[in-house]
Write a protein that binds this ligand. Sequence first.
Ligand code: CMP
Length: 419
Amino acid sequence: MNRTLLWETGIAVLTVYATIEIPLVIVLDLPRTGYLLGSDIVLTVCFAADLVGRFRAAREEGGESTQRYLREWFLVDLIAAIPFGTLLAVPFESLRLLRLLRLAKLARVNTAARKLRRRFNAINPSLLRMATLAFWIVMTAHLVACGWLWIGGTGDQELGHAENYLQAIYWTTTTLTTIGYGDITPRTPGQTIYTIIVQIIGAGLYGFVIGTIATLIANIDVAKAQFQEKLERIQTFLRFRNIPPELQQRVHDYFDYLWASRRGHEERAILDELPDTLRTEIAYHINREILYKVPIFRGAGEQLLRDIISKLEPCVYLPGDIVVRKGETGREMFFISKGSVEVVSADMQTVYATLTEGQFFGEIAVLLSTERTATIRAIDYCDLYKLDQTTFSDVIEKYPAFEKSIRDMAEQRRRELGL
Ligand code: CMP
């Protein structure tokens, strides 16, 4: 975690603390001495440092940043840094509500939370959003409970601070969740108005929270849900078309493998959404394994690899699948990332060779613009990468050394076939 993010997280934690402490101190009328005075000083120092730090960072960034900071956040940060609690303690006790201005800083908590979510992206985003929602629910309940205490609470003089707060939280949850047992009821006109407002807001909030949670739960594993839906659609189609059960089973196997090997993500479609530069970077990251596996790539320069990598198209074959058929016109060559294939004659009686991880095939037809010289059959589940003829031609034109290694291999294979 970098220093800025660490600092912003610290400030967010302090803000949350202030949001809990300040309203309680006000409504329970706690004296600002000892620990509470200490916490006020810590908050003041940290918020003031935050104000200076952010202002300086905006100035260093240059351009519009300073103006934007002054326009958007300066006032919030400034107000939060003023210690109204200590300044106003003695002379203007009636102005103690001014201390609540510090809570303006709460608006910044969301920004810090968003940055943290992005930083710890290994955690499911829906779960993180649910945690954020839970946080805001707790904060709202706390503030509403403090409001209830402010206008008198249960009015029971016997209760201590903790019990009073507990009763207020109880009243808040029963009202906000629209349960309303009615055991704690408003006693004054002020309390009645407050109750009506909380009830109306509560009904809306309740609906919003339930709706949001339902959406978040549905989104916890979007990939799985979408994959399942696709599979069901395909199965319905296969049944409707009376496809033989064995063939249906093969389709099933294919999707099972797709899920096991890449969680059903269609890499091509996702990459196509991205701009060129990002696409190349991400394709490089995903496909770099194949670059280490294929010997002819190992000696190749960085630029050649980058040129090829974003054009490689991943594809999957099941055991027994025919990848290329002798006599067909070939428009692409293949690199084997996982699995093995056999090179066989057209009648599949003669096996010329077995090719495994890191090897390639299909180069003869592409290089010489001829028909496929043999049939290629997958022995087990195969992860292959396809390179189309246009990219292939561009690449060999630019990189003669690459062309030579492929041409040499093609010649040798043709000789072995007696061509
Ligand atoms: P192509 O003719 O395009 O399609 C069939 C592929 O099988 C061919 O390219 C070669 O890549 C591969 N091939 C043909 N003969 C052999 C062999 N003897 N050993 C390995 N691979 C071969």
